[in-house]
Design a protein around this ligand. Sequence first.
Ligand code: DQA
Length: 665
Amino acid sequence: MAADSFQERTVYPSYAPDTIDLFAELAPAEQPSVLLIVDEGYDSVAGVIADALGQPWALATSIEDVSSQERRVVVGMFRTAEYAENDLRSLSRLVINTRCVDGDRSRASASSDGDWCDFEYIYSTTSYLRRDIARFLSFVLGLSHHHRSLREKERTTLLSTTYPDVQAALPNLDILSVGADAVEFRVDLLEEQLADGTFAPVPGVDYVGEQLMILRQRTELPIIYTTRCTRENGRFPMEDPELFYKYLFKAIQWGCEFIDVELWLPEELRRELSKKKGNSRIISAFHDFSGNFKWGSAEAESLFQKGVVFGDIVKMIALVHNMQDNYELENFRSKIRTKYNFPYLSGLNMGPAGQLSRTLNRVFTPITHPLLPFTAAPGQLSAAEINGALHTMGLMPRLDIYGVGNFRSATQVTFFEKCFNELSLPHQFIHFERMPQGTLETLLPRSRFGGVHINPPISASAAQVSSLTEAALAIGQVDTVKVCGEGVALGCNATWKGIQATLTRDFVATAYKGRAAFVLAAAESDAAPAIFALKKVGIGPIYTVGFKTVGPLAGGVQPVRAVEDLKSLEHPFVIVSALPSDRSSLVGPLLKHYGASVQESRTRVGKVFVDLGEGPRRSNAMSIAQSLGWTAYDVADVSAWTTVQTFRLLVGQNVPYDFVRLTSG
Ligand SMILES: O=C1C[C@@](O)(C(=O)O)C[C@@H](O)[C@@H]1O
């Protein structure tokens, strides 16, 4: 990119609620063609990866073996096979080096050097393997939506962790990351203990990879990978810029969502990282600790111009001593928006005098937490402190957020109150058991009305809202009404998002592409969010049992009228049951019917069962599904993901799934 090409950058809408959801967006074009390099004795990872992708797999001992496989077959080739780097490239497959850190380390290979592989997957079989694999693959295949959903948020924050060993963060990570949109992994602060008891001056690549793996297994948040140099309040030595390149390039290969690239690094290195970044995004970072930095200077503007060449986000941070510097930063921020049309400036002042800027910045504001060992920079604030300050300044008015319905109401009230408390949000959660007709009309005009979550949902045609999201319209149901601007109420559906998040927790979206699904329900309305979610992941034919689909969701959906029909239908990859408890005994026989006939090949047993039914179940469908080797989720899994979505829609803040599970009992 030429030095002045920032003017040609794509500019994204600063705020667009989920109206941009289109079926085509998530449904991937085709199944990927993947080659895994595996160590002998560790080849079972190829089966797990293939299963997460919903593709068959095979092992190969030579390049010729790989070439003879169909492209959709995930091939695991032993590292010991004879091959040259060019051979790998000529296969036109996505090459992923795998590295297990369990057990006898001497048998596992060290981290790879160079770019002979596209990505490197570091794993441990002891816990969370499947969820971690699905997340990694979704990201490297470009199927994750972190960047898009961050773009859509009005304010984003990053949790600035400062651990010498991330293991120490794990017990508190769920609570630490309430309100955070990303977690910063400070590579330079890691302390690797060597065999002689001393600490490595720079943590080794293998150690860093393992620490990253541990962190990623415990948070669904995107990672910001940072190698902060000594001059900018970090510990990475500056003598050798190549060292930074080596570690940052590894971050790309490890599938980190964001990498922090310091602006002082030679242009060549920054260009190279930008060329190779794939789906990762670059944060161009500049810190000034001199205490003399002037936001109004020509230097500040030219630093921005330099940063934006290879930076998707530009971070500029200066140590200040005067309140005036905050006003100058705000002028600078608005100049960057108007003159360069660039909304992704993260501009901050460090030191106590700069704290105002930490409340006004909207892009990846670093946050600390009282449970962290120390703050990563002078003047850093917690999410609670920032929210408190915003409220005091009148920038975060107190809102009344309503919850309607009796199902799980007690836990929902507790959950919202806990989050408001933890984040020092000024809002109030008000709960009604029922919503008599006309309630919404009376709530909407109230000045403090901040939105409502309605369970069970109301019909989209009856919702008295200004507009509907595409999802709410197609599903025909509104479960959340949020306020977007004065007097504008948007009717949304969060349930389908909860179902979609559940479906893609252990499987990559491509696994669903073109495969069949069965949906069981007593009425279309009970199944509509599931059908929408299934269409979003590109599922093939959907067969319905117990109801018929009419209206916007009917395309590609076919009712099963008689048991004999089953013989002629494609075997399902997914079964979703939304049956009420008194009819839930229908599910078991269907699962058994297809469970017994899943042996298409030894590699394709992975199938998905989702039980959306509430209340006591007549059958133990979950255990039947699990005993047949299916991945099974119940309504509590879906509800937790739906709560994550609802909280985000209504309050604009992120809460981790595990925190929701924790607080919901
Ligand atoms: O760049 C930044 C911002 C920061 O320096 C701060 O001022 O909060 C903290 C660092 O961890 C982070 O990498």
